[in-house]
Write a protein that binds this ligand. Structure first.
Ligand SMILES: *Cc1c(COP(=O)(O)O)cnc(C)c1O
Length: 353
């Protein structure tokens, strides 16, 4: 096991959920697709099970990994032939066309489905004008299929007037079904942060980012994951000795060196690369940040990387730092890397899930 890990702070997870609950009475569907945004779907679903009302994933394979008896909405409206037999009673299937309905109907089993309405994403979904027909068709021809919900997805929440119109147009096409179809939802994280009050006809929110504290700075949500590492070796380097590939660092005094088993493979030290001029300054700033601020710190102190991060290892200056110190590692990853081992913290200690 590596001495580098991703710490998931369960207190922060609870903080985020409490904050969501304070903001809305709508039910909370935890989106745990993509291995729970890299945080580990099995453990995250166990942790979230008692705190949320349901789950959402991309496909059947992901649904099978969720450890919960609560409802799990499968968002991607496609089923492979080998998926059909794997559908469990607590899975809810998203439908947007008759091919998928035929596949479900053919088994003779009963299924609960949510209809996905396309209000602008232009990816999947029933077009608003076709919705009435689609619903009538299901009711008349697909006796095993229960319309349990209806939803859409907001794909341009940065544009206020567009999004307000989109919410309004979704409301207009589903208004006749309010009360008749039990579950209605449209808000992802950005939608929830900005438009929760504007959506006054839905009863669920579908949240990923906010739950894990990504992209929610300024709204009082806390990031839930942090990279940590402890030195796997510590040794002395004498003044004048060099270190690393290309002898890239030369000690100007006697120092203590530590080896961390985190490296380029984990994106430590990666910088943005771009040929476009407008990005060159950003790339330079990032490079400067990486070079001089390193992305490694201990108790608020910036730790010097000696030379460059290697593929799997990074050498750091540990002079004056105790050998078992736990370093904070900043990585430029957009989501948590699934391959990095996880540890789950509650209060001051790690807990097993
Ligand atoms: C991924 C996804 C979400 C969650 O989005 P966040 O921005 O992470 O909250 C909600 N709905 C659908 C359809 C999604 O694909």
């Amino acid at each position: 096991m590596r001495n580098f890990w991703c710490e998931i702070n369960l207190d922060n997870v609870e903080h985020n959920i409490n904050k969501i609950r304070e903001t809305t009475n709508k039910k909370l569907m935890a989106v745990v697709k993509g291995n729970a945004y890299g945080l580990g779907v099995e453990n995250m679903s166990l942790i979230l099970d008692s705190l949320v009302d349901g789950f959402a994933v991309s496909n059947i394979e992901e649904a099978l990994q969720v450890k919960s008896k609560k409802d799990i909405l499968v968002l991607y409206p496609e089923l492979g032939d080998d998926d059909i037999d794997l559908i469990k009673d607590n899975f809810i299937i998203t439908v947007d066309n008759r091919i998928i309905l035929d596949k479900l109907e053919a088994t003779g089993r009963k299924y609960r489905v949510h209809i996905y309405v396309d209000t602008g994403m232009n990816r999947f979904g029933v077009k608003p004008n076709d919705l009435n027909n689609f619903i009538n068709d299901i009711r008349e021809k697909y006796k095993n299929i229960i319309i349990h919900g209806i939803y859409t997805h907001l794909q341009n929440t940065g544009d206020n007037s567009y999004t307000l119109k989109q919410i309004e147009s979704f409301k207009n096409v589903i208004v006749d079904y309010i009360g008749e179809i039990e579950n209605i939802h449209l808000l992802n994280s950005n939608g929830f942060l900005k438009y929760n009050k504007n959506a006054d006809f839905d009863n669920w929110v579908r949240l990923g980012n906010v739950l894990y504290g990504y992209n929610a700075a300024g709204y009082g949500y806390k990031k839930v994951f942090f990279y940590k590492a402890r030195a796997i070796r510590v040794y002395d380097l004498k003044m004048g000795e060099t270190i690393g590939y290309g002898n890239s660092y030369k000690a100007r005094e006697n120092i203590k060196v530590g080896i961390l088993d985190v490296g380029f493979i984990d994106k430590l030290g990666c910088v943005l690369e771009s040929k476009a001029n407008i990005f060159r300054d950003i790339a330079k700033a990032v490079y400067h940040h990486v070079k001089y601020h390193s992305g490694i710190n201990y108790n608020g102190r910036i730790i010097r990387i000696l030379g460059k991060p290697n593929m799997n290892f990074t050498l750091i200056d540990m002079s004056g730092i105790k050998e078992d110190a736990v370093f904070n590692i900043e990585l430029p990853s957009v989501i948590a890397d699934s391959s990095i081992p996880k540890k789950y913290r509650k209060g001051d200690s790690y807990v097993s899930i």
